[in-house]
Design a protein around this ligand. Sequence first.
Ligand SMILES: Cc1ncc(COP(=O)(O)O)c(C=O)c1O
Length: 345
Amino acid sequence: MAIVDVQSLWKPAGTYLNTASYGLPPRPAHEALDAALADWRGGRTSWEHWGMPGEEARASFARLVGAAVECVAIGSNVSSLVGLVASGIPDGARVLVPDVEFTSLLFPFLVQEHRGVSVTLVPARELPNAIDRSVDVVAFSAVQMASGEVADLDAIVAAAAAHDTITVVDATQAVGWLPLDASRFDVVVAHAYKWLMSPRGTAFMAIKPGLLATVVPEAAGWYAGEDPLQTFFGPPLRLAESARRLDTSPAWFMWVGTAPSLALIEEMGVDAIHDHDVGLANRFRAGLELEPSDSAIVFCDVEGAAEKLESADIRAAVRGGRVRTSWHLYNTPADVDQTLDVLVG
Ligand SMILES: Cc1ncc(COP(=O)(O)O)c(C=O)c1O
């Protein structure tokens, strides 16, 4: 199916260019969530089936990033998943992070300073060259929320492999539009509420088995067992063998709204979504007389841009004093042209 054939699944009130803040649900996701809320309100069902979409979404995410499903843990946000990994790195480890990095990836390492973990910040572009044998962990976003910049994944992977450096990738601003192969990294973590067009509160972490073995599941509860329905009561500790041991119990309804969005992304294919999103972003850039780029996120410096967009009912974000637009499945060439019209006439 072509992207244009599914665009009626969304109903933005105006022109929506703010997926880097939060993505919009397609109709199947919204309807599934609505139905679950109605069942909840009426006390009409038991709860077990509300856990199943978490399993469907885990499998979808695994396929989307090319990871084995046994390597994927589910949680509620990025920082708590990264926190598990950060607590597992050795005392005194040296961590390299881009200087513009979002704090949900940075703070989990900074809070380890009491045990000698040190964090060095460098400009995102300099990351590959800054990886040497003194760097134990490199943690970075595949796409930076503060700039839209796409990391040089090949160069980072090569440098990390040469120096035995653990790679921790935050793919929150990438997965859903940027093809990404999790098998190249030790950890790929992502919150689903942006480019995966899900409710806030569902996140994934693909982690390599070797690293998983070093991570203590500090938030383990009934969901860290092989079958959560068998780990309700009492000792002994019975953790799943797989990355499921890092799961925390799901916020059911959020997962009900997540699984259908991931299924749709799989159906459309990330390569096609990439071409669509970057195509629109570059059409927009051309209208602003900017060079084409490889990102679905475009910052623009037009005088009074925020006010102009707001008065035309076009939703974008302001980050660091600049207007940030983000282009995704539900956007069209007409959205680009309307936005250019409003901004540069
Ligand atoms: C790169 C990145 N990571 C993570 C998040 C969200 O973090 P958390 O899941 O900890 O709320 C955002 C939100 O803007 C983000 O841009």
